[in-house]
Design a protein around this ligand. Sequence first.
Ligand SMILES: *Cc1c(COP(=O)(O)O)cnc(C)c1O
Length: 396
Amino acid sequence: MHIYPDAKAVVGAIAPDEAVILNRPHAAARAARFFAEKFPGTAMYAVKANPSPDLVRILWDQGITHYDVASIAEVRMVREVLPHAKLCFMHPVKTKSAIREAYFTHGVRTFSLDAIEELEKIVEATDAAQDLQLLVRLRVSSEHSELSLAAKFGVDLADAKPLLQATRQHCDALGICFHVGSQAMTPFAYLQALERVRAAIAEAAVTVDIVDVGGGFPSIYPDLDPAPMEDYFAQIHRHFESLPISYSAELWGEPGRALCAEYSSLIVKVEKRRGNELYINDGAYGALFDAAHVDWRFPVVALEDDLIQPLAEFSFYGPTCDDADYMKGPFLLPEDIQAGDYIEIGMLGAYGAAMQTRFNGFGATLGFIVEDEPMASLYRGDRPDPRESDNVVSLR
Ligand SMILES: *Cc1c(COP(=O)(O)O)cnc(C)c1O
């Protein structure tokens, strides 16, 4: 893959007519080192956030040894790229054939579940294996997160007791996991969830060997400036230590977004301007799914040197013929931007490149490595502490 200094160099060299993905291996490596060194337990990468084999290799090289996989295709991909990685099948609803192949062909021993039917499926598909690590997914609140994961999965606290007790009978190690929702804006989300874990353990009176705090660790976007990651780690650690669990119990986490958001950005070209609407060549069916579907505001910069300030607010239309291919923003760009100009859209390494379709024949097919910094970073050590401004709630 060709390496350029930055997005402007790519535009200068090839003036691309299609959207282009830019990857920053150094940024993903820095995030991985941060989690490998500072997370007070085992940080496993949630592969769905960006299932790029290149990325997975970068994370492995920096000490990320565990991978949260959710489909048999993800199991196969990671196993092929990383023969020695530990794979954890953390989707609570799996097919029997997927469980069987994961267990017998790919060495997967760790599975999550949130219902008795799934436990029966796992027991049957593994021929009642004795070496399973089974994690019961508890439903927790998503109120502190930008994207909810509270509705679909997780056993209610009121129903957790029989499921934990039954699961204990069929596993070598019993865990409890949860997901506070993606882009959790305060560590308090985890503390609240860990209180629910405490209640579940007390109620069921089972020995718990693993507490898995799931994903939800944030990245930085316009208007979404979270507390320092060290705060999340410190508070999770302190709370974990106070749980009624076995002395040798392990703490796990499943960061997706936080490990890869800084990895990628996207170059798009303005094809047309209508008032403050820019028609660009990527969108809802490309790498900008979240910008369209949940109005996520990604950071943007114009790549032309001769554009003058001030900035104005723009919305985007993507290239397909669908009205829903619309990104409300607002995205702040120079007032005089016009057709033919290029824009870089940042922080798209998580749930960006991963969401692309080829609908209507559009979408980025070119990718390059660039060496400059991502538009924002949680891991550079030069970020002002957002708790000192008043737009982030700190609950300490
Ligand atoms: C999506 C997902 C993750 C990753 O979530 P992020 O918000 O990207 O950190 C982790 N665990 C499970 C089970 C998931 O479904």
